[in-house]
Design a protein around this ligand. Structure first.
Ligand code: CA2
Length: 149
């Protein structure tokens, strides 16, 4: 059975490709999830994708991942900058966590420079556009294989 990876996206990322393409690009979330699912399969991983605008749903999926997933790739979006609850949930998860930001949050407004989630993330990818999700999956594959031995 392939190791399962959760790909979690936070608030407003359902609008990807539909607004602000100069910041977030032209790919839709459906494009990202389709491409990541194909890449995951080629890396010997299974992918489960979720997006929500509600913080509690992100928490519930992290809790679900505790039972079912080997790793989490997460773009917490604005919750990165506000949510101790998402950080606390991720701190209960044992496997690798990779945080992705499509834009380079350090080049943007000061309030985006701090992410609570980064205190837990094993790696943070920012500013690579939607390619960041694929880079994250490649890193996850390396980490999961290393753990399996
Ligand atoms: O760069 C990223 O991926 C962010 O996590 C995106 C968040 C933002 O709050 C973070 O600071 C950085 C915003 C997601 C909003 O997504 C949209 C996508 C397309 C159109 C409008 C919003």
């Amino acid at each position: 059975m392939p190791d399962l990876v959760f790909l979690l996206n936070g608030p407003n990322l359902n609008l990807l490709g539909k607004r602000q393409p100069h910041i977030y690009g032209h790919e839709t979330l459906a494009d990202v999830e389709r491409d990541c699912t194909a890449l995951a399969a080629s890396l010997g991983l299974a992918l489960r994708c979720h997006q929500s605008n509600r913080e509690y749903e992100i928490l519930d999926w992290v809790h679900e991942a505790r039972e079912e997933a080997a790793a989490i790739v997460i773009n917490p979006a604005a919750f990165s900058h506000t949510s101790v609850a998402v950080l606390d949930a991720l701190n209960t998860f044992d496997g690798p966590v990779i945080e992705v930001h499509i834009s380079n949050i350090h080049k943007r407004e000061a309030f985006r420079h701090h992410s609570f989630v980064s205190a837990r993330a094993d790696a943070v990818i920012a500013g690579c556009g939607t390619q960041g999700y694929q880079l994250a999956l490649q890193r996850v594959a390396t980490l999961v294989k290393a753990k399996r031995g």
